[in-house]
Design a protein around this ligand. Structure first.
Ligand SMILES: Cc1cc2nc3c(=O)[nH]c(=O)nc-3n(C[C@H](O)[C@H](O)[C@H](O)COP(=O)(O)OP(=O)(O)OC[C@H]3O[C@@H](n4cnc5c(N)ncnc54)[C@H](O)[C@@H]3O)c2cc1C
Length: 400
C-alpha cells in the first residue's frame, strides 16, 4: 500500500475535486427525467476522467489503479451527482477496461480513443430476466453464421443503455455448455437488430440512465468478438474485479462530504441550549460514520493495489461489499443526525441513501460478494472424509 500521495497525485486529486464541483447540478429536476445533465459527459471527458486508466497510445493517462481510486474519490467528493458517477464508472471499468485487457489491436484502435475522449459512451450488458446473480446462466444466444454471429436476447438493468453507442454483450454459443459457452461481443448501437428501451423506474442513482437492450437477429462480425469464443467468463471475471474494486471510489468522496456536513450541522444545531454535537449519542454516531469511511477507503485502496498483482485477491469483493454497506449505514446515520430535516428532500441525505441502496445490488449483491470471498478462502471446496460413524454418511461432510 502506498504511504502517501506525490505532489503530482495531490494536484490531480484537487483538479478532480474542482471538476466534480462543476458537474451534476439541477439534480432534483433530473431525478424526475432520469437523465444526465447535458454537457456533463463531455466536460468529464475534457477533464480526463474517461482516460484515467487507458494506455497513452490511445490517448490515455495510463494511471495505476491506486491513483485512479484517489482521483475518483476526489471527483466524488466534489460532485453531488452519484448517478453520473455510476454512469462514468460503468463506462470506464466495465467497457474500457475489458477492451484494454482483451481487445485485439484493431478493436483497441477503433474504440479506446473514442471512449476516452467522450465521442463514444459504453454500456455493459449481461443481466437478463432469469440470469441475475447467476449471471453466466444467461440465455442470450450467439449463432455462428459464416464469418458472423447472430445475436438474440434481452438484457435488463443496463447502466448507460439509453445513451450508449457501444455495448459489451454476453451471449452463449451453446446453452448446453453452461458458463463455458458464454462469449463476449462488441455491439454498436447503429447495428441492425439493436433496440434500446429507456426505463425511469430506478429508486436511486436516477440521474444515471438505464434500460433494456434487445437484440433480434443482430449480425455481429467475428472481428467484434471480445476475447476468444467461450471465454466470456474470463472477460467477465476480470472486468468484475476492476469494477468491484473501483466503481464505488467516488462514493467514498460522497461519504466524506456527508461526514463533514454532519460535523458542521452537529456543531451548529442547538437543542436544550447545547450544540447537539455535545450529546454523546450524536457525536459517537458521527465518529462511527468517520471510522466506516476510513475502513471502506482502506479496503478500496488495497483492492486497487491488488488489481495488478493478485488474481485471487478477496479485496475487490471486500471493497464493494464494505463500501456499499457502509454508505447505506452512513446515510442512515446522517438522516438521524439531521432529524426531521434529514427526512426532507431539502438535503442530499435522502437521495444519497436511495443512491447507496443500489450499490448493494449492482456489480453483484452483497450476498454474492460474500459467496465469492468464501470461494476464494477455500470454504466451498471442503475435503470429503470417509464417515466412520454410521452408514449413509454425514450430509454436511462437504463443508468440512
Ligand atoms: C444500480 C444498478 C446498476 C446495474 N447496472 C447493470 C449493468 O450496467 N449491466 C448489467 O448487466 N447489470 C446491471 N445491474 C444488474 C445487477 O448486476 C443485478 O441486479 C444483480 O446482479 C442481481 O441480480 P438480480 O437483480 O436478478 O437479483 P437475484 O439474482 O434474483 O437476487 C435476488 C436475491 O437473492 C440473493 N441471491 C441470489 N443468489 C444467491 C446466492 N447464490 N447466495 C446467496 N444469495 C443469493 C441475492 O443476493 C438477492 O438478495 C445493475 C443493477 C443495479 C441495482
Amino acid at each position: 500500500m502506498k504511504p502517501g500521495w506525490t505532489d503530482e497525485e495531490r494536484a490531480l486529486g484537487e483538479r478532480m475535486r474542482r471538476l466534480g464541483q462543476e458537474l451534476g447540478h439541477d439534480l432534483r429536476a433530473r431525478e424526475e427525467t432520469c437523465t444526465l445533465r447535458p454537457g456533463d459527459w463531455k466536460r468529464s471527458a475534457e477533464g480526463g476522467v474517461l482516460q484515467l486508466p487507458l494506455p497513452e497510445r490511445y490517448g490515455g493517462r495510463a494511471l495505476s489503479p491506486l491513483t485512479c481510486a484517489y482521483a475518483l474519490e476526489n471527483l466524488g467528493y466534489g460532485c453531488r451527482d452519484n448517478g453520473l458517477m455510476m454512469a462514468l464508472g460503468a463506462h470506464i471499468w466495465a467497457v474500457e477496461l475489458p477492451i484494454r485487457e482483451f481487445g485485439t489491436p484493431e478493436q483497441k484502435q477503433r474504440y479506446l480513443p473514442a471512449l476516452g475522449d467522450g465521442r463514444m459512451t459504453g454500456a455493459h450488458a449481461i443481466t437478463e430476466a432469469e440470469a441475475g446473480s447467476d449471471a453466466l446462466a444467461l440465455t442470450a444466444r450467439a449463432r455462428r453464421d459464416g464469418d458472423d454471429y447472430i445475436l438474440d436476447g434481452v438484457k435488463r438493468y443496463i447502466t448507460n443503455a439509453p445513451i450508449a453507442d457501444l455495448f459489451i454483450v454476453y451471449a452463449t454459443v451453446d446453452p448446453e455448455l453452461g458458463f463455458t459457452g458464454v462469449t463476449a461481443f462488441l455491439v454498436e448501437r447503429e447495428q441492425a437488430g439493436v433496440t434500446v428501451e429507456s426505463r425511469r423506474d430506478k429508486t436511486g442513482l436516477r440521474t444515471g440512465p438505464w434500460g433494456e437492450v434487445i437484440l433480434r437477429e443482430c449480425r455481429v462480425p467475428s472481428a467484434r468478438r471480445l476475447g476468444a469464443e467461450k471465454q466470456g467468463s474470463r472477460v467477465l471475471a476480470r472486468c468484475m474485479a476492476w469494477e468491484r474494486a473501483l466503481i464505488l471510489a467516488p462514493m467514498l468522496g460522497t461519504m466524506r462530504r456527508q461526514v463533514e456536513e454532519c460535523v458542521e450541522y452537529a456543531r451548529t444545531r442547538v437543542q436544550f441550549r447545547k450544540n447537539i454535537g455535545r450529546f454523546e449519542s450524536v457525536s459517537h454516531r458521527v465518529v462511527d460514520m468517520r471510522i466506516r469511511l476510513e475502513e471502506a477507503r482502506l479496503l478500496t485502496y488495497r483492492a486497487a493495489a491488488d488489481l495488478v498483482g493478485d488474481p485471487r485477491s478477496i479485496f475487490p469483493e471486500a471493497a464493494q461489499l464494505r463500501t456499499s454497506e457502509s454508505a447505506v449505514e452512513t446515510f442512515l446515520d446522517a438522516m438521524q443526525v439531521y432529524g426531521g430535516l434529514g427526512y426532507t428532500t431539502g438535503t442530499d441525505v435522502e437521495r444519497n441513501l436511495r443512491d447507496a441502496l443500489g450499490t448493494r445490488i449492482s456489480s453483484g449483491t452483497s450476498d454474492l460478494q460474500r459467496t465469492v470471498i468464501a470461494e476464494r478462502l477455500g470454504l466451498t471446496t471442503g475435503i470429503r472424509r470417509p464417515d466412520t460413524r454410521r452408514a449413509g454418511g454425514d450430509r454436511h461432510a462437504d463443508a468440512r
